[in-house]
Design a protein around this ligand. Structure first.
Ligand code: RI2
Length: 320
């Protein structure tokens, strides 16, 4: 797929979910590198950088996107020729895509161990990583039941209930505001993440913080399923995660909005759940408390401070 096409699909959420966005960006960079056949090293670098910037600018919150782009672009590294840089990018993109898929498999395996026979689980939004844990527990023969929220305004809950239904898992579909009414039936909350900050806060679909607060009050464990590339190195440098605010039309039709001149629709797509409301984060590198986010960024992403600087530069370029 062309870079512009992938960028458009990520922007309009035809391709969505932090992991899928990251893989789609890696694929787009790989295909772009393949299409730049006979260019010089410098021209290749410039062309790839333009593509990387375009992809990163599509959605600002999921750090899986700049992280994936950074991992793939590092393939250009010290390459002296266009040919070397091109194979570096292609190799890294292929590697990222397969390791990302393997990571979800590991998370499923680790997460399923935290689900007991007879558990009722609540999930919010549509997370490949969170659903993989639930489906793995079901496949392991555990009798489980799920409550899935609707997820206004984009209704990603529909994708979730379809996946659960297809897996043959007993599922209850509820509106977002019904979480507190059913929390007494829930043994465990599992959600995904778009970003995990150095202080263990989790940025995820709007409403997650309310779910976490409700779970905390009811003493229900809150688990987050997140690949290590969803941890945000730039937060070590004090940068905050930007919360995407999407078009008002997703919440209220233009037709109705026109009749309400004094009303402003606000539509943030994500919110921040503080570390104290999260019990564990399930990563492919192990199940860790949120307080270990720094270790994951430092040791498992394996990036030194120079790398953080490079990422910081890329992100700043896209903010300008
Ligand atoms: P996986 C999604 O964002 C949701 O917030 C979901 O929880 C998160 O990405 C992680 O999803 P959006 O693209 O990577 O729906 O686990 O805005 O699939």
């Amino acid at each position: 797929m062309l870079v512009t096409e992938t960028a458009e699909k990520i922007k309009n959420m035809e391709i969505r979910g932090a992991g899928r966005i990251a893989r789609a960006a890696a694929e787009a960079l790989r295909d772009h590198a393949l299409s730049l056949d006979a260019v010089s090293g410098e021209a290749f670098r410039e062309e790839m950088q333009r593509a990387a910037d375009l992809l990163i600018a599509t959605r600002p919150t999921a750090v899986s996107l700049p992280n994936a782009v950074h991992i793939v672009m590092a393939g250009i590294g010290q390459a002296k020729t266009g040919y070397e840089a091109r194979s570096g990018v292609i190799h890294r993109a292929e590697n990222f895509i397969s390791s990302s898929q393997q990571a979800v498999g590991k998370i499923a395996e680790f997460g399923a161990r935290h689900i007991s026979d007879g558990d009722t689980i609540l999930t919010h939004c549509n997370s490949e990583a969170a659903l993989s844990c639930i489906i793995a527990a079901h496949k392991a023969g555990k009798e489980i039941e799920v409550f899935a929220t609707e997820v206004r305004p984009r209704n990603q809950g529909l994708i979730t209930i379809r996946a659960l239904n297809d897996a043959g898992i007993k599922t209850n579909y509820i509106v977002d505001s019904a979480v507190r009414s059913f929390i007494h039936k829930i043994d465990l909350v599992i959600v995904g993440a778009d970003a995990v900050t150095v202080n263990g806060a989790v940025v995820n679909k709007i409403g997650t913080a309310q779910v976490a607060h409700t779970a905390h009050e009811a003493r229900v464990n809150m688990l987050v399923a997140a690949e290590t590339y969803k941890f945000a190195p730039r937060t070590i440098m004090g940068e905050l995660i930007q919360i995407e605010e999407r078009a008002a039309g997703e919440v209220l039709s233009d037709e109705i909005a026109r009749t309400l001149p004094h009303v402003t629709v606000r539509n943030p797509a994500f919110d921040v759940t503080p570390a104290e409301y999260i019990d564990l984060i399930i990563t492919e590198a192990g199940v860790v408390p949120p307080q270990m986010a720094y270790v994951i960024i430092k040791e498992h992403l394996g990036w030194g401070i120079e790398e953080f600087h490079k990422i910081f530069e890329i992100n700043n370029r896209h903010d300008e």
